[in-house]
Write a protein that binds this ligand. Structure first.
Ligand code: FAD
Length: 403
């Protein structure tokens, strides 16, 4: 064969090439990445990286470690543009990379608002280059408008406030984060913005950007205009599968993500997918899920490579979804599934910066949201995996948060 090829040189792709070597795979391993950068970590980009202090380098491993120690052939700054699944080859601009086994780890790219590409000072926040641009603007004392009060937008707002800069956070929905934590809890978390002096505008859309060369402000659908030197758009991301159209690999009809079975195998033999790009069948939740979370991207990357190299012993992937987000010195963590029959706030003390809310579906615990309770949230993650009853979970939560 022609080795393992991994398309997408970020978290899932890096974990894939590492796992192949860890499993003792002796063949050729090629990592193709559209960005010029070595694989780097994204979560800091909207957090520590935007702080006033000199930021740490987010690159995971240096080039020598990847090339010499792991023996990975790097094709950075080169986007895959096509795939021939019969000949087993990836088309790059002007060349081809053959494969025996393939892992698709092309993640997702930030969605934008029309017209915004033309204005300096308007950007999304997905890549290291984006983060450098936002950082430079904050260093210059920008008045900031963030469009979209999701987790990334909330972190950007928090980072700007931490520097004492004025921030307006605009959200089209009446409550933020409804899809990630449910609307009741979204409303509760929104209080953190208000307490920190972020000007939160809910239920109002963006009609357009004002500016001429450089951005001057944002025009809202209620007619108001908010002046800005920096506009960060955080309205979600779309799977990076443009290059897979008409490839024969089944894609989700709504968002274009790659459809996989429980072992992360796509509809085409030898081809697996991992990370933000991938919809897989979760046996625990009984349906397909696509997550945009660090932990599952890392785990899936490793498993997809192992399964691609040994399909006859392929293992199913499953997880209790987990993500975290840091704003205003609070660590927000969520485990499980946000859609629930009932959400109970077990403990809520904003003065102490603490929250515990539990999510019930049927008579089982299916989710938990915490603020500043890092040890506890992992206990609930365990309980969700163990299909713990609702009454037992609530009792445990009450016990653990007793003053
Ligand atoms: P990505 O990281 O999106 O990487 C995909 C890579 O593939 C990119 O480098 C892209 O350039 C490349 N690519 C795309 N198309 C092609 C192509 N055709 N050819 C070659 N290469 C291609 N998660 C959490 O759980 N907690 C957090 O606090 C958190 N914070 C975050 C903050 C930010 C600012 C961002 C952007 C994400 C955050 N996440 C967080 C999410 C987490 O970073 C992602 O889930 C993770 O990066 C997904 O990894 P991935 O490898 O699947 O995809």
């Amino acid at each position: 064969g022609d080795g393992l090829t991994v398309v997408g040189a970020s978290l899932a792709g890096l974990r894939a090439v590492e796992a192949a070597r860890k499993a003792g795979y002796p063949g050729r391993v090629t990592l193709i990445g559209a960005e010029e950068h070595l694989p780097y970590d994204r979560p800091p980009l909207s957090k520590q990286f935007l702080g006033a202090a000199e930021p740490a380098d987010p690159v995971f491993r240096d080039e020598r470690a990847l090339r010499d120690e792991l023996g990975v052939e790097l094709r950075l700054g080169q986007a895959a543009t096509a795939i021939d699944t019969r000949a087993r080859a990836i088309g790059l601009d002007g060349s081809e990379v053959p494969y025996e086994a393939l892992v698709i780890a092309t993640g997702a790219s930030a969605r934008t608002v029309p017209g915004f590409e033309r204005l300096e000072g308007a950007c999304t926040l997905r890549t290291l280059d984006d983060a450098r641009q936002v950082r430079r603007a904050l260093d210059a004392g920008a008045r900031t408008v963030v469009i979209g009060a999701g987790f990334i937008g909330s972190e950007v707002a928090s980072s700007a406030r931490a520097r004492g800069l004025p921030v307006t956070l605009v959200e089209a929905a009446p409550v933020p984060l409804a899809r990630s934590v449910g609307s009741e809890m979204g409303k509760l978390l929104a209080e953190l913005h208000v307490q920190a002096g972020t000007d939160l505008r809910l239920g109002v859309g963006v009609a357009g950007l004002d500016g001429d060369g450089a951005v001057r402000g944002v025009i809202l659908t209620d007619g108001t205009k908010v002046a800005a030197d920096l506009v960060v758009v955080g309205i979600g991301a779309s799977p990076g599968t443009g290059w897979l159209q008409d490839s024969g690999i089944d894609l989700d009809t709504r968002d274009g993500g790659v459809l996989c079975d429980s072992t992360l195998a796509t509809s085409v033999p030898g081809v697996y997918a991992a990370g933000d790009v991938c919809h897989w069948v979760s046996e625990l939740f009984g349906r397909r899920l696509r997550l945009e979370h660090w932990t599952s991207a890392a785990e899936q990357g490793a498993l997809a490579a192992r399964n691609a190299l040994a399909p006859e012993t392929a293992k199913a992937y499953d997880t209790v979804p987990y993500f975290w987000s840091d704003w205003y010195d609070s660590r927000i963590q969520f485990v499980g599934e946000p859609a629930a029959d009932e959400i109970t706030v077990v403990d809520h003390q904003w003065e102490a910066g603490k929250l515990l809310a539990l999510y019930r579906t049927g008579d089982r615990l299916t989710g938990a949201l915490t603020v500043n309770r890092p040890a506890l949230v992992m206990k609930f993650r365990r309980m969700i995996a163990d299909r713990t009853s609702w009454s037992r979970a609530v009792e445990f939560g009450r016990e653990k948060t007793k003053p």
